[in-house]
Design a protein around this ligand. Structure first.
Ligand code: HEC
Ligand code: HEC
Ligand code: HEC
Ligand code: HEC
Ligand code: HEC
Ligand code: HEC
Ligand code: HEC
Length: 312
């Protein structure tokens, strides 16, 4: 066979073998495609047996644009198979099951999926469970504390925090924390300071952020992200003199006089009276000057009249 002819035969073979070389993530994408065959075309919400309303549609396009695009649906939904999800697939690791049982009230649809993050983000998960938010769910058995999806949004569409569209980006973080910290029901239930959102917006930092300043702190810059603690917890970055370090990250040489300069507290009664006092002082000084001018004018007139009288 002449050389060129052989190439004709080989070229397509080469091409086909290239396509068959296993590309990392290819098997996963195939599996996801099976799930997406139903879930990207289904529309609307339904109520599950557990009584939670779920959104059936998962957008294939948005999932492909997320940080988890290379994952199979079953990397998180470990108990699901695609026919549709009748038999439990593969064994669920013990460490995932342990977390799933603690958060099942918060994530009744598929607690295993919500716990699965720990397979790949174990340190982050441990911190969150130990935070004031995690303990609200695990120790206090409430469902109000923030878990992964409350801060990062739907598990299917997570983008890097640096992306301005991310819920924890500088652009959206304040409003995301505000969905709970500006919520009257949560504030009353946990006796939290009602003022944190307003006082942040009105602070020097908040106003600069609003103007597009890129270095001023957002909530997590002072409180941390995954290990948020109560302000009364000595390990909180906003507890007492820990603020020397917290403010000091950006304000070199921050000292004990500087750190109380920004809090969420309402201005107390002292500045209020100081302001009133200043007003009184200003009014007093003006009254004094005006009366002084008037008296002087009066004495000038009186002198003029008396002088006139003496000259005549
Ligand atoms: C043949 C269509 C079909 C396929 C394929 C399919 N699903 Fe579903 N899925 C459904 C329907 C219908 C529901 C609505 C509730 C139900 O029947 O369980 C649902 C509900 C769900 C729920 C909500 C919780 C629940 O159990 O109701 C999850 C999570 C889910 N599917 C994940 C997956 C995953 C992961 C795959 C791939 C491994 C997949 N599905 C494949 C049709 C399908
Ligand atoms: C990174 C982990 C992860 C991946 C990957 C993932 N999911 Fe999910 N999914 C979750 C979590 C967590 C929930 C919420 C479960 C809960 O609240 O109980 C969820 C919920 C759902 C629901 C119910 C919707 C709702 O409103 O609660 C469906 C349907 C679903 N997933 C389908 C899929 C399909 C299809 C894929 C693959 C394209 C997929 N998931 C990939 C983590 C994941
Ligand atoms: C109270 C809000 C909040 C909760 C809850 C939360 N995160 Fe985050 N997460 C953030 C913020 C803010 C950042 C950005 C941190 C930074 O820039 O230093 C972040 C960053 C990340 C990162 C990338 C950087 C890093 O630290 O590794 C990962 C991964 C992550 N989160 C995963 C998770 C997982 C998994 C959970 C649930 C176990 C979770 N997050 C719960 C707010 C939160
Ligand atoms: C099978 C492994 C795996 C699982 C399970 C998983 N992730 Fe991830 N996650 C990753 C990888 C890989 C990245 C991309 C890291 C990178 O690009 O640096 C990522 C990125 C992230 C980021 C973005 C961090 C950033 O760069 O800002 C967040 C947030 C995150 N994951 C949260 C979650 C949450 C919440 C869950 C559970 C619902 C979860 N992950 C489950 C592997 C996983
Ligand atoms: C410049 C640093 C800083 C920033 C930015 C900041 N905080 Fe705070 N935060 C503090 C300090 C300090 C305290 C301790 C209480 C005080 O002195 O007001 C606190 C206390 C709190 C408390 C407890 C309030 C109570 O008394 O119950 C909450 C909740 C809170 N912050 C949420 C937020 C949220 C949400 C944001 C973003 C909108 C935010 N913080 C931004 C420094 C900050
Ligand atoms: C899903 C709702 C939710 C979201 C989102 C949320 N939190 Fe919270 N947060 C709570 C609840 C509820 C508590 C009180 C928990 C308790 O005391 O058991 C709390 C407590 C706190 C505390 C401790 C208050 C104290 O007692 O001193 C701080 C600080 C805080 N959150 C900051 C933040 C920051 C910063 C963000 C955003 C990065 C955020 N939270 C997002 C619900 C939320
Ligand atoms: C993430 C960085 C960051 C953190 C953390 C931070 N600040 Fe700031 N702060 C800034 C920036 C940036 C400005 C604006 C500087 C400018 O534009 O002049 C500012 C301005 C201020 C101002 C007004 C101007 C000035 O310099 O006097 C005060 C007061 C202030 N911060 C107090 C605090 C206190 C108190 C803390 C800790 C509770 C704190 N800051 C934490 C970055 C930060």
């Amino acid at each position: 066979m002449p050389y060129t002819k052989r190439l004709h035969v080989l070229a397509p073979l080469l091409l086909i073998s290239c396509l068959l070389i296993p590309v990392p993530g290819f098997a996963q994408q195939q599996e996801s495609a099976n799930c997406l065959a139903c879930h990207s075309s289904m529309k609307g919400r339904i109520k599950t047996v557990s009584g939670t309303v779920i959104e059936l549609q998962v957008s294939a396009e948005k999932f492909a644009g997320s940080v988890h695009a290379a994952l199979a649906c079953t990397d998180c939904h470990m108990k699901y198979t695609d026919n549709p999800h009748s038999s439990p697939a593969g064994a669920v690791p013990q460490q995932v099951l342990a977390i799933a049982s603690k958060i099942s009230a918060k994530h009744p649809v598929d607690p295993v999926a919500a716990a699965a993050c720990t397979k790949c983000h174990p340190d982050v998960y441990a911190k969150v469970l130990d935070s004031v938010h995690g303990r609200n769910i695990t120790d206090r058995r409430q469902t109000d504390g923030a878990l992964c999806l409350d801060c990062h949004g739907s598990a299917h569409y997570i983008v890097p925090v640096k992306n301005p569209q991310a819920k924890m980006s500088r652009k959206h973080q304040v409003e995301t924390c505000g969905t709970c910290h500006g919520d009257k029901k949560i504030i009353e239930k946990y006796k939290l300071e009602e003022n944190v959102m307003d006082s942040f917006q009105e602070s020097f930092h908040g106003r600069k952020l609003h103007l597009g300043h890129t270095k001023v702190p957002v909530c997590a810059s002072c409180h941390g992200a995954h290990d948020i603690k109560s302000k009364n917890d000595p390990t909180s970055p906003v507890f007492g003199n820990n603020r020397l370090q917290t403010c000091g990250k950006c304000h070199k040489g921050a000292n004990e006089k500087f750190i109380p300069a920004i809090t969420h507290k309402r201005p107390g009664p002292i500045p209020h009276y100081a302001e009133k006092g200043l007003m009184l002082l200003v009014i007093g000084v003006f009254a004094f000057i005006i009366s002084h001018v008037l008296l002087e004018a009066f004495s000038d007139i009186r002198d003029a009249i008396f002088k006139k009288g003496r000259e005549e």
